[in-house]
Design a protein around this ligand. Structure first.
Ligand code: TMP
Length: 211
């Protein structure tokens, strides 16, 4: 049988400070699966090292201006350019943990006022995640965790809009977790659900039908 499992890690809190604990949890899950001897890789989007990724990086650091639709398409292209590598890994039985993916693309662009259906289209047909963990934190609680960073989008009023859109997008593959819990409490839940889904995915074919 197959052993294919993509895990997508989403969060409404999108700063380098990681106030909702998204990157912390992705890393902990990665280390945990590795300790079990399970083949696993950790991805993060945007993947800033590629040519497209460098343009995105400049945009986020505010050294480059681009209109909202252009940057939306670049974020999507940045995922597409990684698909063949990710697909190969999955077909080889590797579990992928992905820190941000297409839902970040939707939530951020829609929060700027772009139409949701328009935003979805470029990501149609991407590898489909088997489970999505959403570490949810109100913008007020997020602000209490420390100052916002310097990058674009890192301010409370915008984050509030983004969270609202994330929560309106949820589908049955989403697991919404209360990010006010401790790091280990969150990790325990993620660990259990991940082991279950990895088992289940062994019997399932690869899915490339996002949106
Ligand atoms: P990071 O802080 O996790 O590196 O994410 C970079 C920023 O880019 C974050 O504010 C979320 C945003 N983003 C989008 O606007 N669209 C996308 O498709 C992705 C992946 C991230």
């Amino acid at each position: 049988g197959f052993d294919k499992c993509v895990k997508i890690w989403c969060s409404d809190e999108l700063s380098s400070c990681d106030r909702a604990g998204k990157t912390t949890q992705a890393t902990k899950l990665f280390e945990y699966l590795q300790s079990l001897g399970h083949p696993v890789k950790l991805w993060k989007f945007p993947e800033r090292k590629t040519l497209i990724g460098q343009v995105i990086d400049e945009y986020l650091k505010k050294t480059r201006e681009l209109d909202d639709k252009t940057i939306h398409l670049l974020f999507s292209a940045n995922r597409w350019e990684c698909m063949s590598t990710m697909k190969e890994d999955i077909l080889n039985g590797t579990t992928l943990i992905v820190d941000r993916y297409a839902y970040s693309g939707l939530a951020f662009s829609a929060a700027k006022g772009l139409e949701l259906e328009w935003c979805k289209y470029p990501d149609r047909g991407l590898l489909t995640p088997d489970i999505i963990f959403f570490t949810d934190l109100s913008s007020e609680d997020a602000a209490k965790r420390g100052g916002f960073g310097e990058e674009r989008y890192e301010n409370q009023s915008f984050q509030k809009k983004v969270r609202k859109i994330y929560l309106s997008l949820k589908d049955p593959t989403w697991k919404i977790l209360d990010a006010r819990q401790s790091i280990s409490e969150l990790h325990d839940q993620i660990e259990k659900m991940s082991l279950t889904i990895i088992q289940k995915c062994k019997e399932l074919p690869l899915k490339e039908d996002l949106f």
